[in-house]
Design a protein around this ligand. Sequence first.
Ligand code: CO
Length: 253
Amino acid sequence: MIKKIHHVGIVVESLARACRFWRDALGLPLAREADIADQGVRASLLAAGDSEIELLEPTRADTGVARFLARHGEGLHHVCFETPDVDADLGALKAQNVALLDQTPRQGLAGRIAFLHPSACGSVLVELATPPHGEASADSPVRFKRLVIGCRDPQDMTKTYQQLFGLPEVAVNDGPRSLLGWSGGGTLLMVPAVEVGGTLGMAALSMVAPEMAPLVQRLQKVDAVMFSGASEITLKPEAANNVHVHISRYHFP
Ligand code: CO
């Protein structure tokens, strides 16, 4: 049922300030922007290859996003999977007694959407979305590649995500990690929490770029680079709304 990772949602204090990093320095083009009044958020979707980055700024104090910001500060908030029929998928999950935040899909920035309860997905807040037809993704100089998730038992998490969402396993190795998803549509890398400082849930973003030099220059201007080599860049989380971002060199086919 799931086609790809549609976007990764990041909660920020100020959309304007966050755009200076994600849009201007990283170079991700703005795909859509909206005030979602009933949810008390202002959001921007930025193109990042086959997936998008969603930046969320709370506009009221009594919302889930505002409470997240007050409790955890800025950072990774949710992952959204694209499905052709969110109504059918939500019905199927409901029939399996999966814990849901939305009992019926509603209109969101990414189209028709619904959220599952994080308890159903190993402390990860998962959104399902059916975007409107005929949406073309913009070209971007940096592309989303994978989301790193810390968990108690990666094999257990893998089973859960295969059962709930039918995500295929991309590569199997003998180690404790596992990779789920699609080489072209983004992947989830499940790792033991100890590998990501004890984080249970979303821990880091991996992205790819064909050219490092112009990117490093733009990122250095906003003091965002923690490490840069010939084929990789590690960003300072404090420059990226508290998100651990790693970019490696990759020539798009
Ligand atoms: Co979202």
